[in-house]
Design a protein around this ligand. Sequence first.
Ligand SMILES: Nc1ncnc2c1ncn2[C@@H]1O[C@H](COP(=O)(O)OP(=O)(O)OP(=O)(O)O)[C@@H](O)[C@H]1O
Length: 334
Amino acid sequence: MTTTTARSAGLGSPAEHAAIRTADLRKTYKSSRGDVEAVRGIDLDIPQGEFFGLLGPNGAGKSTTIGMLTTLVAPTGGQAWVAGHDVTRDTVAVKRRIGVVTQNNTLDMQLTVAENLEYRSRFFGLPKAVAARRAAQLIEAFGLGDRKNAMADQLSGGQARRLMIARALVHQPDVLFLDEPTAGLDPQTRVNLWEILRVLHEQGQTILLTTHYMEEAEALCDRIAVVDHGRILAEGTVDALLADSGAQTVVTVRFEEQVPDGLGEEPSLASHPGVSKVEADGDQLRVFASDPEGLLGDLIALGAKHGLHVRDAAQAKPSLETAFLALTGREYRE
Ligand SMILES: Nc1ncnc2c1ncn2[C@@H]1O[C@H](COP(=O)(O)OP(=O)(O)OP(=O)(O)O)[C@@H](O)[C@H]1O
């Protein structure tokens, strides 16, 4: 194989074995109110077959990252390769190798369920008979058998989402991108969709999912990148993320009054067994500890000694939630 052929086949690129790879990927939007640095240098290396999650609060830069990987958003810095193809130089090759499910419903409402699938197959050049067969398989696999002749606008939210995922798979893409696939779905429908995604993953499908639901990332993904303000704060399996963040329990007491200066440095707290960090933040006092035994009572007593009245108190076991808190010093809000 000549160098040119190898390059045009995507084999000469640095992403030879990776499903997705990015190097210092960036996006700054220009707007009338100034520049918005939505993505500030993201490095990813996602092998084939992995179920990878970009987890972060609203506005973290997840959609922009997925937009760049799926060629819909032009990067302003860095590079990215999907299925071995550069997303800015080989957009057509990338588009042929990916399936994309966006946040909004993009089904063709003038078509039936089966037609939505068949038309997409035809768009990818599959012969009519093959397209019909593929549609029938996907309708079956996605539990849409009794809805196959329904118009797309007659579907429930969960059915529509399933059809969008099925439609993204008609051409058997190397990588399936799902941007917040269960946003707005009720809990039962969400769990049903998880089951479908698990099966796809077991069948070897590489999936990149964005979500702001921690439990979704935890339930589905092999690895997670926690994203905030356009950067990856931490990356790894759920277990590794918890271990890296020290698997701390977080005890928080919120007072009626502001916490006075210096209370966070109180020696009796820092010397408590297993305490790694104490933070005073406005009206709250937050303690990270591997052994929270007795801590809540001590915090309340300490507040009382300084004339503070407790408004509420909480103790959070180690989780992605507490890991996020440890990484950012902020609570993770959906
Ligand atoms: N077209 C645009 N022009 C200007 N700013 C934008 C544009 N698109 C996104 N942004 C801004 O970029 C930042 C990242 O947005 P992005 O949609 O990528 O985040 P997200 O993590 O996907 O959040 P969400 O789940 O709410 O979509 C936000 O501050 C957002 O307001």
